[in-house]
Design a protein around this ligand. Sequence first.
Ligand SMILES: Nc1ncnc2c1ncn2[C@@H]1O[C@H](COP(=O)(O)OP(=O)(O)O)[C@@H](O)[C@H]1O
Ligand SMILES: [Mg+2]
Length: 346
Amino acid sequence: MFLNSLLALFSNDMGMDLGTANTLVYVKGQGIILFEPSVVAISKGTNKVLAVGNRAKEMLGRTPGHIMAIRPMRDGVIADFEITEQMLRSFITKVHHRRAWVHPRMVIAIPSGVTEVEKRAVVDSAERAGASEVYLVSEPMAAAIGSGLPIDEPAGNMIVDIGGGTTEVAVISLSGVVLSQTMRIGGDEMDEAIIQHLRRTYNLLVGERTAEEIKMRIGSGFPLEEELKMEAKGRDLVSGLPKTVTVSSEEVREALSEPVNAVVETVRDTLERTPPELSSDLVDRGIYLTGGGALLRGMDKLLASATDIPIHVTEDPLTTVVMGTGKILDELSVLKEVLISRHHFA
Ligand SMILES: Nc1ncnc2c1ncn2[C@@H]1O[C@H](COP(=O)(O)OP(=O)(O)O)[C@@H](O)[C@H]1O
Ligand SMILES: [Mg+2]
């Protein structure tokens, strides 16, 4: 008992957003101290982890034959428990400057579609990585708390979280998720749509990172006041040589329309299933848009025109969920009811 409280003194409780694209860690009293891609580079054959996070993402698409870069959380399912665990361990160790004896309490936000088995795997991984108590919270709930929404009131709030591998739409009232939908379409599919477009239109082969850069710089969901252009570099599929083409925001918007419209359809579908009292709340309060995909130009305008409901983009869409886990840590006793599962270190 004494040892436990002594350990608690030295431990830095942390909140984590275990996203399909990015992992963020918030430490009590310090703020967000880690923001890295959820990527692990492993050596084929031995399965040894070579790099995690930023260093591993740099290797994506640039790896020699014996190295493989993996995104264990991609598509919102924990594709590989062991690799997820190594990734968690590596991030936790980094946060604690390799003081392996620290046993933090952790609040981890996970996609709402994950199964019981996957939840168990996250809790086990976090414990084996050194956490003393692990609390799980669904991402939309963490996002709602992170955006400062009054989740405990008997009124409907809608969160739309467009991540890398998934988009989640949830209606929250009285500290509970009334209904939610998870769709395996997000920023990754947008990148893929740009790759396909460049291949078909220009015989130009570009990598995921280039496609993502094009999306961020000139991508959009709604006509821009001033349309944009940029140069895209890749390899000519015919000659095999490096090639540069100029792409316009109009053609990128057209290329993105399929994944973008799929997101819009999911939001409309969720609205149709929302109980009438709550949907009238949404008309007054608006819909909260978060996740990296909320940064796509005009995504808010497109959703507003498709739903006739005001759209609010959260203050910093990439950090909303982790800030929510931080708020939960600060008020663990008050907010316990929002946690979907908890587990104590025996
Ligand atoms: N400015 C931007 N415009 C469009 N998409 C963006 C922008 N910034 C980030 N993204 C995309 O957001 C996604 C990552 O969002 P994030 O919320 O971190 O995902 P996850 O929660 O699944 O880890 C990536 O697909 C990334 O390309
Ligand atoms: Mg997320």
